[in-house]
Every structure is written in C-alpha cells, then in structure tokens.
Design a protein around this ligand. Structure first.
Ligand code: ADP
Length: 334
C-alpha cells in the first residue's frame, strides 16, 4: 500500500477480505444505495428470478467489490470476479460468459477499461443472454450464436460518465457510491477493530476517521498501522493519542495527506510560488510519474480544495498555503 509503506500486496488483500461485511445490514453507510439495492434484490428474490444488471460508480475503496459480493450472497448465487483490463479480447469474455452458472453474479471491475470488441459482445450478452462467437477470419468467418444462462452483471467504474451510453443504458440500476462521513468511518473502524480483536476508544476511532479521506479501505489500513504502533509502543489500546502519534510516524497528516500529497503540494508552493505550473514539470520536481501525480495525488488535493487544475496549469489555493503553514508571496492571486 502506498499510504503506509511496505505492506505486501498479498497481506493487504487478505486483510481486506477478512474485514468485508457479508450482508447489506452489515454494510455501513451509503443509505441510498443500500435501500435501492435492497428493493431490487428483494423483488428479484420474490420473483424467483435473477437480479437485473447493476452498475456501481465511485472512487476506489468505497465498497464496490464488497457490494458485489453482498449481491451474490443475498441472491444465494456464486460470484465470478474479473476486471476490464484483464479482458484483452472478445474471446476472453466469451470464455467467461459461457462458463457462468445460472444466476451467477459476474463482477467486472473497471468496466470502462474493457476493449471495444469485448464491450460490443457484452451488449448482446446483457440484453439477450446470447453471444456470437466468431469462427474463422475474413470472408469465410461465421458467427456461431451461443445461448447463455441468465446472469447478473455487476459493473464497477470510478465514474458512470466514463461508460459509452449504450453500455450504461443496459444496466437496470446504477448505484452512486459517495465518500463516507467521518461518523460512518468511525463505525467502520469500530466494526473492524472488533474483528481484529483490538480495543479502540471513541477518540481513537475519530482520530483515524478524520485522516481516512472518506474511504473505508484507507480507514481499515490506517487502523492496522495504528494497531501495530499501539502494540509495539503502547499497551495495545488505540487511544486518540496513540492514533495521532502512529499516523505521524506513518506520515499521514491530520487532514489525511500522505507523503506524496505533501511533496506535490510543497513543490507547488516552494518551487513554483503556488503555480500555475504544468503537470509534467510538477511531476519531475517530485520525482514521480505524471500519472501518479494526476491520478493518485491530485483527485484528493482537488477535493480538499488545496489544488486547482486550470487551463494554464496547476495552482495552489490559499488553503494550501495555510495547511503547510506557509505565507503566500505578495501579489499571489487569490
Ligand atoms: P472498491 O471495490 O470500491 O475499491 P472494496 O469493496 O474493495 O472497495 O472495499 C475496500 C475495503 O473497505 C474492504 O476491506 C471492505 O471491507 C471495506 N469497506 C468498504 N465499504 C465498506 C462499508 N460500507 N462498511 C464496512 N466496510 C467497508
């Protein structure tokens, strides 16, 4: 994980799996999506049928994978998990679709990153539960129709707007996942602490929640690091003070900015006087890839009102100067 140093990817995944809520009642927050899904699933169960296709949109770590597993569990159906980038060719998708069991849930993460031919195959599969498998090449190529069992596609994307309308329109229901309020994250943290067998005070949970960027995945990850700290340097109890100290050690500040976010902001302020500066220049200055700065650091900085993307380049806001305790040079446009 990038937030807190050298945690192995495998350990990270196992830790996440252990903390996943198993049903809708256990799923914290997202009251709208929860109520809507509850209706969709109850109705499908009452009809004895398969649930309509579901699109979930929202930032990474908000619970899209978890919800897809809950959909399968609530429908008493098996689940297959894959992602858009993992499907290179239409044939890959045909192989998956033709091996689905009746009523199975197919979770397609990052569905907006699927290849065009696979996407077109998916249209027909979603609507008619049928695919045309193309055999041969050129003028001799023939399309062999293949019937599929009814299944439920759960697609996940960071923004529903990234999907071509024909694909978006084939989902019967779209759930928009919001960032979590601090009190919701506190509930996530208390729940995870019980599962991890760690004692967390209300103050400790609040301290972690405030630095978790509205994201349960981050809240759970920070909780595990604070637990480590409390275990090694304290009596194992996660108090407000232990949480604050631990997160200082792991370079997550009181607003949830980590080392990368701060170095981007610092470069923008100290080297470029608050901007405007081009993305590439900023990336070179912090020694990171363009994409890392643009896709990992910036969305949160923009959301926090610390950085603005303008046609002339990246610009720091007055709040950025204040957050780093710096004074903007005279004449800085505000
Ligand atoms: P996404 O698929 O949107 O990236 P995940 O479903 O993988 O997010 O969730 C990341 C982690 O956060 C999981 O470990 C999960 O247990 C936890 N989590 C997400 N949403 C919730 C929630 N509403 N309540 C409790 N835990 C959650």
């Amino acid at each position: 994980g990038r937030l807190v140093g050298a945690t192995a990817e495998g350990e990270e995944l196992a830790a996440e799996a252990a903390l996943r809520p198993k049903d809708l009642a256990e799923f914290v927050g997202q009251p709208k999506v929860r109520e809507q899904l509850d209706l969709v699933l109850r109705a499908a169960r009452a009809r004895g049928g398969t649930a309509d296709h579901v699109l979930l949109s929202g930032a990474p770590g908000l619970g899209k994978t978890t919800l897809s597993m809950i959909i399968a569990a609530e429908m008493g159906a098996p689940i297959r998990i894959t992602s858009g980038p993992a499907i290179q060719h239409a044939g890959d998708l045909a192989a998956i679709l033709s091996s689905l069991a009746e009523g199975e849930v197919l979770f397609l993460d990052e569905i907006h990153r699927m290849s065009r031919p696979a996407e077109e195959m998916l249209y027909m599969a979603m609507e008619d539960f049928r695919v045309d498998v193309i055999v041969g090449k050129g003028p001799g190529a023939t399309a062999i129709p293949l019937e599929l069992p009814p299944f439920t596609l759960v697609g996940a994307t960071t923004r529903a707007g990234l999907l071509p309308p024909p694909l978006r329109d084939r989902f019967g229901f779209t759930g928009h996942m919001e960032f979590y309020a601090p009190t919701e994250l506190e509930r996530v943290i208390h729940r995870s602490a019980r599962l991890l067998d760690v004692t967390v005070s209300d103050g400790g949970a609040a301290e972690i929640a405030g630095r978790s960027r509205g994201t349960p995945r981050i809240a759970n990850r920070l909780l595990r690091r604070v637990r480590d700290y409390a275990q090694v340097r304290g009596d194992g109890v996660v108090t407000e003070e232990a949480a604050a100290r631990a997160l200082t050690v792991f370079e997550v500040d009181d607003r949830g900015l980590d080392r990368l976010d701060r170095s981007v902001l610092e470069a923008l302020l100290k080297l470029f006087g608050g901007g405007p500066v081009g993305l590439s220049t900023l990336a070179v200055a912090v020694g990171e890839e363009r994409e890392t700065v643009e896709e990992v650091a910036e969305p949160f900085l923009v959301r926090e009102g610390l950085l603005a993307r303008t046609p002339r380049g990246r610009v720091a806001t007055p709040a950025a100067w204040a957050h780093l305790g710096l004074t903007p040079p005279p004449g800085t446009p505000v």
